[in-house]
Design a protein around this ligand. Sequence first.
Ligand SMILES: Cc1cc2nc3c(=O)[nH]c(=O)nc-3n(C[C@H](O)[C@H](O)[C@H](O)COP(=O)(O)OP(=O)(O)OC[C@H]3O[C@@H](n4cnc5c(N)ncnc54)[C@H](O)[C@@H]3O)c2cc1C
Ligand code: FES
Length: 258
Amino acid sequence: MGNKRKEECRIVSQEELLDGIYSMWLQTEEIAEEALPGQFLSLYSRDGSRILPRPISICEINREKKQIRLVYRVAGKGTEEFSRYHPGISLSVVGPLGNGFPVKEAEGKTVFLMGGGIGIPPLLETAKQIRGDVKVIAGYRDKQFLTEEFARFGEVFVATEDGSVGTKGNVMDVIREKELKADMIMACGPTPMLKAIKAYAEERGIPCYLSLEERMACGIGACLACVCQSKEVDAHSHVHNKRICKDGPVFLSTEVEL
Ligand SMILES: Cc1cc2nc3c(=O)[nH]c(=O)nc-3n(C[C@H](O)[C@H](O)[C@H](O)COP(=O)(O)OP(=O)(O)OC[C@H]3O[C@@H](n4cnc5c(N)ncnc54)[C@H](O)[C@@H]3O)c2cc1C
Ligand code: FES
């Protein structure tokens, strides 16, 4: 994937959507033109105290304005630093990285876009680009975010753990309760959720793409901090491993073990 670039990207806007969840638009030079839904950017700390970049998925692309939107949760020092910056400040960004969701394959199909928590943002641009019948199934702990924006691109179903909004339970409970059916699935979220979706899809022979947002370090395929178990032997290393940052983060469910 020879198209990654390092750019200084100015923050165009930054807004707190919910407690600790931020939406940030970045002005890019060329990243937005090349970006695909499901790809991610690596963001560097401004003060150099944290050397490794933080990977954040692309939530939305505005090609006309050459801008990229990121929606992220403050998890530790790096994301806390980003959340403090105001419009006008620039961040070093490498991207677009990874492979992304195969939106063209979804044309004319009924597609479930299944997201859990902070795995939901990358599905927004995905929903926007799919020319098919999009059903968004979003699982939250309690409070929802981005659901109104998703409604512009498809039917939205919500699950909350406490039952305060939508179905009480998780994204699998929504499918059962509403008796939904799909030709294809794309999903991003916590591993237990992805495991359940993988089992559901494989039992029914539904093609299913999972975005594995595991821990990463270098983000460019060099350190092997992010490997996951694959079914096939890797052509380069001859082992049952795939690098999530370089070979993924999106994999066909049947290619990977979770
Ligand atoms: C492909 C990909 C896409 C992602 N997209 C999003 C997104 O759209 N929104 C969002 O809120 N989060 C996303 N994450 C998770 C996000 O990268 C981590 O929350 C973030 O790196 C935490 O950094 P920190 O310094 O705040 O926390 P710390 O815990 O202080 O981080 C310490 C180190 O661990 C790494 N790290 C910690 N947690 C994670 C994690 N879950 N995944 C990867 N590396 C981690 C950091 O990069 C850093 O090197 C994504 C992760 C990956 C791999
Ligand atoms: S993060 Fe270094 S190889 Fe994937």
